[in-house]
Design a protein around this ligand. Structure first.
Ligand code: FAD
Ligand code: UDP
Length: 364
């Protein structure tokens, strides 16, 4: 008899949620992660008594009450509302695109004036049926906003021309004709009080966990220890890249401790020009309304993924989507392996998507 019902490869949000549910069903689970810690990309480190989001800033948001109640049953969330500021060549604009942004750019004061402005820019660009990110953005907010707040940021972020990127990426962002700087449209939003590690630790209570263990270094041994596998790593790696390698975007974080209480007055500043090499500066303490004497900031530099770098974002262009579909056909035939999460499903999931998905799973 095998020792565990499930071997869970990856102690990120998907793996931790799965473990939580499986343990509730009385299953024996082993969770492994190749990193030296649990939490995946949600992992935080305490520096100067501030929770520092080591793999990029994370704000939980959802409109699903069951999802919100569930995460709050594990750890209480605060009432942080994300309202990033864009810095374009030294001038500041509110995000997401809303009446404050339009006013700063055009001096427009009413929604009717803004609609006219966007409509005239869309007509001039001659876009009827947007086929890529650039066309989608211009048809949503007009050419001025596209050029000042979207083009530079997007091309830095993705390392590709906006005309070569899928339209859905920009549809994530709200466009609002009210004076409302809330980055998300969702009903519920916040940050776990005391940081994301509390959420993951709560989910993994009772699980056996081994960090610093790469599944691929001892694959056969790990396969022997459980009846089923939950795999949350890269799907192309699982199949030994047999159809070719999927592409990812990576990030590099440059962290600095500053001897000042408040560096930028907001958690998130986006740098939307093409010359500044980083996309964002995060000042972590503002996620938890901190008043520590020092502050920690992270500059976020996007980069192409290469072996050894962290694969942060799937690149959902045609080539990669077709390649993923081939791997998915293999995955669908597996009877004792479940593929889940951003890397295994090659999908631009937010945290709430993952919670929704795992809560709906039937674990047998
Ligand atoms: P991961 O967190 O990537 O977990 C996968 C785990 O598997 C990792 O710990 C990895 O080390 C481990 N692993 C991989 N291969 C192996 C192997 N061979 N052996 C052992 N272990 C392995 N979502 C939001 O809702 N709000 C946000 O504000 C937000 N901000 C984000 C900012 C950035 C910069 C990024 C990249 C993502 C952001 N997200 C956000 C998305 C969020 O990070 C994901 O939805 C979530 O982390 C996905 O969880 P996961 O378990 O699928 O993946
Ligand atoms: N985006 C932009 N300008 C901004 C912020 C975002 O053009 O100031 C675009 C960019 O293409 C980005 C997408 O909108 O990839 C989605 O942004 P979001 O903040 O949701 O990205 P994430 O949190 O996943 O990094």
């Amino acid at each position: 008899m095998r020792k565990y019902d499930y071997l869970i490869v990856g102690a990120g949000l998907f793996g931790a949620l799965f473990a939580y549910k499986a343990i509730k069903e009385g299953k024996r689970v082993m969770v492994i992660d190749k990193r030296p810690h649990i939490g995946g990309n949600l992992y935080c480190e305490t520096i100067e008594n501030i929770q520092v989001h080591k793999y990029g800033a994370h704000i939980f948001h959802t409109s699903d009450k069951a999802v919100w109640d569930f995460v709050n049953s594990i750890v209480e969330f605060n009432n942080y509302i994300n309202a990033p500021i864009a810095n374009y060549k030294g001038k500041l604009y509110n995000l997401p695109f809303n009446m404050n942004t339009f006013y700063a750019l055009w001096g427009t004061k009413t929604p009717a004036e803004v609609h006219l402005k966007i409509e005239s820019q869309r007509k001039k660009a001659g876009i009827e049926n947007p086929q890529n990110l650039e066309e989608q953005a211009i048809s949503l907010v007009g050419k001025d906003i596209y050029e000042i707040l979207i083009k530079g940021y997007t091309e830095k972020q993705w390392g590709r021309k906006a005309t070569d990127l899928p339209a859905f990426i920009i549809k994530r962002l709200p466009v609002r004709f009210t004076f409302d700087n809330n980055y998300f449209n969702d009903k519920y939003q916040g940050i776990p009080v005391g940081g994301y590690n509390k959420l993951i630790e709560g989910l993994l209570k009772g699980a056996e966990i081994c960090c610093n263990k790469d599944y691929f270094e001892d694959r056969e041994v790990w396969n022997q220890c459980a009846d089923k596998i939950v795999f949350t790593g890269k799907i192309d790696e699982y199949y030994d890249f047999c159809f070719g390698k999927l592409e990812y975007r990576s990030l590099r974080f440059e962290e600095e401790i500053l001897d000042t209480e408040n560096y930028q007055g907001n958690a998130v500043f986006n740098f939307t020009d093409s010359e500044t090499p980083y996309t964002r500066i995060i000042e972590h303490k503002h996620f938890e309304f901190g008043n520590q004497p020092k502050t920690v900031i992270s500059r976020e530099y996007p980069s192409e993924w290469h072996e050894g770098a962290e694969p942060y974002y799937p690149v959902n262009d045609h080539r990669n989507s077709d390649l993923y579909a081939k791997y998915k056909r293999l995955a669908d035939k597996e009877e004792s392996v479940i593929f889940g999460g951003r890397l295994a499903e090659y999908k631009y999931y937010d945290m709430h998507h993952i919670v929704e998905k795992v809560l709906a799973m039937n674990i047998v």
